[in-house]
Design a protein around this ligand. Structure first.
Ligand SMILES: NC(=O)c1ccc[n+]([C@@H]2O[C@H](COP(=O)([O-])OP(=O)(O)OC[C@H]3O[C@@H](n4cnc5c(N)ncnc54)[C@H](OP(=O)(O)O)[C@@H]3O)[C@@H](O)[C@H]2O)c1
Length: 301
């Protein structure tokens, strides 16, 4: 069995790599914070940790990155200790971070001759990363998707080859911008309900049973009502995705006004100190606009 290199053991990467290890794939791991990869590998059979991305690439032919943005992925690929410095040929880099199509194409172009690249971002937050039930959308050559598919099927349940390099990223960005708009709409609906004296339990139940239903209502209404933003997906990262989607829409000459308004709400929520919280904290931006908090009858200011 090929040894797999996994780089980035954050909320998502640590869980995705754990599933690969549990499925019996020998792993070499690296993550930015010193000592973290060593501690992670010590708890898993068949896993070892190394000090640089270059050492990961020297040990493995299939390399998976799960970092935050394009600059980070480019930084891990390039430089004296980067993946690409290992050289060789026949290696496959699979970037599963959400970095946008332009950055994905730049990373692919920076690889040594004879290496292949897939952009394969995921949807589903940490619970689905943990269960191995992510949705994975891959952009790149069919032959490379076929090579990575057995790994994808350990980490996810719906695995789609959606097009050429960058198309996985574009599908992901459109999905996330839509999810962010939906979450913002749920927050606004809850605030209107609270302000008009509606029973919020009844409102959520009625919406969930009918045309007001959404996955965001199911997942985010309860944390919003409790102001409990335990991080499944950082608000800062959702802001990154909405911004990247708007950049691509702008390049294509197509407006996405709902996403633009949601970007501003995410910026406002981050300004209120919620960048590292779950993006359910978008509620805080709308509470600021309304001058009222959910669950409080009086106006705040
Ligand atoms: N969380 C979700 O629900 C979710 C769902 C779908 C897609 N995504 C996407 O998946 C990616 C990872 O998200 P996450 O939630 O796992 O984020 P996270 O918990 O913040 O983890 C980020 C990872 O990137 C590493 N990193 C941060 N800055 C770095 C740098 N400058 N250079 C090298 N590595 C760096 C971190 O290293 P350390 O381990 O050393 O801290 C960590 O391993 C993002 O692109 C996100 O948009 C997230």
């Amino acid at each position: 069995m090929d040894r797999i290199g996994f780089l980035g053991l954050g909320i998502m990467g640590s869980r995705m790599a754990a599933n690969l290890a549990a499925a019996g794939h020998p792993l070499t791991v690296w993550t930015r914070t010193e000592g973290k990869a060593q501690a992670w590998a010590a708890e898993r059979e068949g896993a070892d940790a190394v000090a640089t991305p270059a050492e990961v690439a020297a040990a493995c032919d299939v390399l998976i990155t799960m970092l935050v943005d394009g600059d980070q992925v480019a930084g891990v690929v390039g430089g004296p200790d980067g993946l690409a410095s290992a050289g060789g040929s026949g290696k496959l880099l699979v970037d599963m971070s959400t970095i946008g199509p332009a950055a994905a194409r730049e990373v692919a172009a920076a690889l040594p001759a004879g290496w292949s690249f897939l952009d394969a971002p995921v949807t589903g937050s940490s619970p689905r990363a943990e269960d191995g039930t992510l949705t994975i959308m891959a952009g790149g050559a069919a032959v490379d998707v076929a090579r990575a598919r057995p790994l994808f099927e350990v980490m996810g349940t719906l695995v789609l080859h959606v097009g050429g390099t960058g198309q996985g990223q574009m599908v992901k960005l459109i999905n996330n911008a839509t999810a962010a708009v939906n979450a913002g709409t749920v927050a606004q609906a809850l605030l209107v309900g609270a302000a008009t004296g509606v029973d919020l339990d009844a409102l959520v139940q009625v919406m969930g049973a009918g045309s007001g239903a959404s996955l965001m209502l199911d997942l985010k209404a309860a944390p919003m009502r409790a102001h409990a933003y335990d991080t499944l997906f950082k608000l800062e990262h959702m802001l990154k995705d909405v911004r990247l989607c708007l950049e691509e829409a702008d390049r294509a000459g197509v407006p996405f006004p709902a996403a633009a308004a949601t970007r501003d709400a995410l910026v406002a929520a981050r300004g209120r100190g919620h960048g590292d919280d779950d993006f359910a904290a978008i509620l805080e931006a709308y509470e600021g606009l309304a001058g009222r908090r959910l669950g409080e009858a009086r106006r705040t200011t």
